[in-house]
Design a protein around this ligand. Structure first.
Ligand SMILES: NC(=O)c1ccc[n+]([C@@H]2O[C@H](COP(=O)([O-])OP(=O)(O)OC[C@H]3O[C@@H](n4cnc5c(N)ncnc54)[C@H](OP(=O)(O)O)[C@@H]3O)[C@@H](O)[C@H]2O)c1
Length: 442
């Protein structure tokens, strides 16, 4: 995953077996396997990941795109990540999860030779087994079962780490879980469950580091973009992530290493890769793009030695993000490109100038389209304008999506009870129409 230059010889191994030698050629695009027609594309710095993908799915094509000017991306000397020490142990909580595993692989690639991976179950998943087997070729892997939110388990983990012959050199706290709930659905149990691994676990690790691990080179917590941008159904998840951001800041003020990374959505691995299709689409529509694990980890390795305690890392389409905001936001408006696309394609001035009946018909068409998209209707499916949303299967999360889509289209703030108070397409369109062109006072 560290990148290759044209002419480099790449040894391809799979399951520890030597397979082939590839020479990285100086052409614009290299089909790693098969023909074109695939959306699996990797940058030059992701060649390792492309090869792994190609080997794990020999039938599916994977492409590596080389930069046009092959000399264009030398790494500035001060950006080359420092190597890790072979005489230290490095700890990854959530180490058998999606991000934890690729993080472990990155630490090993940077020189770590002793890794302790923590999860509650301690069980090697189907996804983890080949990665661990691969790593075990030159790295000692120690899998420890511990619930990082429980003081007793953390004490046991600390004793275990201290009983080894090497000091702890760094912590990556990647334990966490995913849940989605609207604010109105949150209970203390659901909030507590989100705080557990991230916030409570982060704090217990901080205390352990203060008492027992004076030689830490880094203390990285895997936070989320949710604590920066928010997001429907993400209140408790965002709060847990904000706890990690505050912890890193607190550690920074005490003069000890601390970095909270607000990750955007990772492609291919971890909880974001396991999301239902419609939720992934929702994330992309909001302007948060799924981005490459290799790029994520290369970025991380350049960050942990720096003085900042919080960084946002991901790929974002700020134009799209801003176009979804009803009230605007000065900070993100400045990030978005000047004159960026409007995002909705609706000419509101022309719409409001239409005669009343035509305007209502146009508004009804938009409402119908948005409701149909949220309900995942197929092309050609008829949406009855008078059917109650509940009978169409519109649940509370979908209601929130309809509200957000209509706010974006009509650039109007709409109430949370929108689909409840106006429970059919026809009623909802009449309400929106009334908001766009209020009846003149009598
Ligand atoms: N994937 C993304 O795109 C993304 C984006 C932003 C932030 N993040 C954050 O990055 C972290 C890792 O995410 P992921 O995608 O790798 O998730 P994942 O695949 O679900 O892995 C999470 C791991 O954490 C472990 N875990 C959960 N609670 C724990 C606890 N109390 N003590 C010890 N281990 C615990 C789980 O194992 P057990 O169930 O066996 O304990 C699991 O192996 C999470 O905090 C997540 O919020 C991820």
């Amino acid at each position: 995953g560290t990148g290759f230059a044209p002419g480099d010889e790449v040894l391809v191994r799979h399951d520890g077996t030597f397979r082939a030698t590839l020479t990285v050629p100086a052409v614009a695009a290299v089909p790693a396997t098969g023909d074109d027609g695939s959306d699996l594309r990797f940058g030059l710095d992701e060649t390792g990941e492309a090869l792994r993908t190609a080997l794990s799915d020999p039938a599916g094509p994977a492409w590596v795109t080389l930069p046009e000017d092959l000399q264009e991306r030398p790494e500035p000397a001060d950006e080359v990540p420092a190597g890790l020490r072979a005489d230290r142990t490095y700890l990854v909580t959530g180490g058998l999860g999606g991000l934890g595993l690729v993080t472990a692989r990155k630490l090993a690639a940077l020189g770590a030779r002793h890794l302790t991976l923590v999860s509650r179950s301690g069980k090697t998943t189907e996804e983890a087994a080949p990665v661990l087997a691969d790593l075990a070729a030159d790295t000692e892997i120690d899998v420890v079962r511990a619930d990082i939110s429980r003081p007793g388990d953390v004490e046991r983990l600390v004793r275990h780490l201290r009983s080894g012959s090497r000091p702890l050199g760094g912590i990556v706290h990647a334990a966490g879980s995913y849940d989605k709930k609207l604010i109105s659905e949150l209970t203390w149990e659901s909030i507590d469950a989100q705080l557990a691994a991230k916030a409570y676990g982060g704090w217990l690790l901080h205390e352990a580091a203060e008492d027992s691990f004076p030689e830490l080179e880094f203390f990285v917590t895997y936070s989320s973009i949710a604590s920066v941008l928010g997001g429907a159904t993400q209140g408790h998840y965002a709060a847990a992530s904000a706890g990690l951001d505050a912890l890193a800041e607190w550690r920074g003020r005490r003069g000890v290493p601390g970095l909270s990374v607000n990750w955007g959505a990772w492609a291919r691995v971890g909880m974001s890769a396991r999301l239902e299709e419609h939720l992934s689409q929702e994330i992309e529509r909001s302007g948060v793009r799924f981005f490459s694990p290799t790029r994520a980890l290369d970025t991380l390795a350049r960050l942990w030695g720096r003085p900042r305690t919080q960084r946002i890392v991901g790929e974002f389409d700020w134009d799209r993000y801003v176009s979804g905001s009803v009230n605007g936001d000065l900070f993100y408006d400045r990030l978005a490109r000047q004159g960026g696309e409007e995002g909705t394609g609706l000419d509101l001035t022309a719409l409001t100038a239409l005669p009343a009946a035509e305007r209502l018909a146009a508004v009804t068409a938009v409402v119908s389209e948005k409701v149909g998209a949220v309900l995942h209707l197929e092309e050609g499916d008829e949406l009855d304008l008078n059917s109650e949303f509940v009978s169409l299967g519109l649940d509370s999360l979908m209601a929130q999506q309809v509200k957000a889509a209509l706010e974006q289209s009509f650039r109007l703030p709409l109430p949370a009870s929108l689909t409840h108070d106006h429970p059919t397409v026809r009623a909802l369109a009449q309400f929106v129409d009334g908001q766009l062109a209020p009846a003149p006072a009598a």
